[in-house]
Ligand binder design. Sequence first.
Ligand code: F6P
Length: 420
Amino acid sequence: MARKNAFYAQSGGVTAVINASACGVIETARANRNTIGKVYAGRNGIIGALREDLIDTSKESKTAIRGLLSTPSGAFGSCRHKLKSLEENRAEYERLIEVFRAHNIGYFFYNGGGDSADTCLKVSQLSESMGYPLQAIHIPKTIDNDLPLTDNCPGFGSVAKYVAISTREAAMDVASMCETSTKVFVLEVMGRHAGWIAAASGLAAEEKGDAPHIILFPEVPFDKTTFLAKVQATVKKNGYCVVVASEGAQYADGTFLTDSGTRDAFGHAQLGGLAPTLAGMIKSELGYKYHWAVADYLQRSARHIASATDVEQAYALGKAGVEFALAGKNAVMPAIVRGSGKRYSWRIGEAPLHKVANKEKMMPKRYITRDGFGITAAGREYLAPLITGEAYPEYRNGMPRYVRLKNASVPRKLKDSFTV
Ligand code: F6P
């Protein structure tokens, strides 16, 4: 059987370890040259396939591909582009198949979150019905940690570690200043609709009374009066108060505390700006001096402080994706399965894509304390192993050495261009 090439693309919000999955895909494909030809990456995700803008990863040295293991963000570029249904936009699917046929692509590896799982599933179903079957494998990734059927998602462990460490360090700062100056510090973290990242800040606390004193989860309706009362009581008791707020915090009616008004291709609201809103609320109602920070892209690109467990799992899932394809699988996602023993262990499992696509896994109630402002022992037990281990990049002149790929284009074969 003639060898088919593979297509790999990064999709959605990038992470500190998505390139580790790319490394797993490319190295494993290279180790199976007899079956898989070249790995072509989409420049800026699926948009690269639609525009026939493919990157030839075979032009990259072994060292450069290894370097992906410790390089944050998306080395090939990512995108938020929703493939509509076949009825709504048949032209896009026909174009994809045309590009894949022209470049002899038989394997489709899509590295993303819930929206991307939906794209991957559609590609698998429609390629079949359009007479050009592809093996489509979804490789999970999202800092939001909200994919179902996997114990956790690559990218999350590293953000969790960054947020837990930053919370502890900033809390030490406020504790030093609170006698005469700052009383409240508010940190805003990502996570969209799920509170996993905010929850991870709870790992900063070692003893009762330690920061964070208040965590705001999207899963717990925000009530201004209860919140301010808790801030005041904490300052009175400890001298200071550290609040970690999920950008997805919302009122009981489901409206976000902060919605910028901007929507992405999937209709998701762009969130952000909650920390200054809360800080302003605290100042005007309670009069405390405050500082606030929005971790924003800093948290999801912080490869210098990545979790070794996260890096290892991201690589393993990329590798497993290729192994699944070699085993003839289609429309599936390799997943992390947690061992049941006392000591943390994990292995790779398999999840059907139709059960993953477009579903969000929220924080279970049993991980949130009864007052709605903290994490329980069970929550801590779930989160703690995911941030363990350090995987420092190499440093030169005081800065991390991150790889820059050549990203050489594959010569185009089609005459027509395609506007996305
Ligand atoms: O999808 C992960 C995520 O980082 C969310 O936590 C965040 O709300 C969103 O992406 C931000 O997306 P963008 O970078 O497209 O603005």
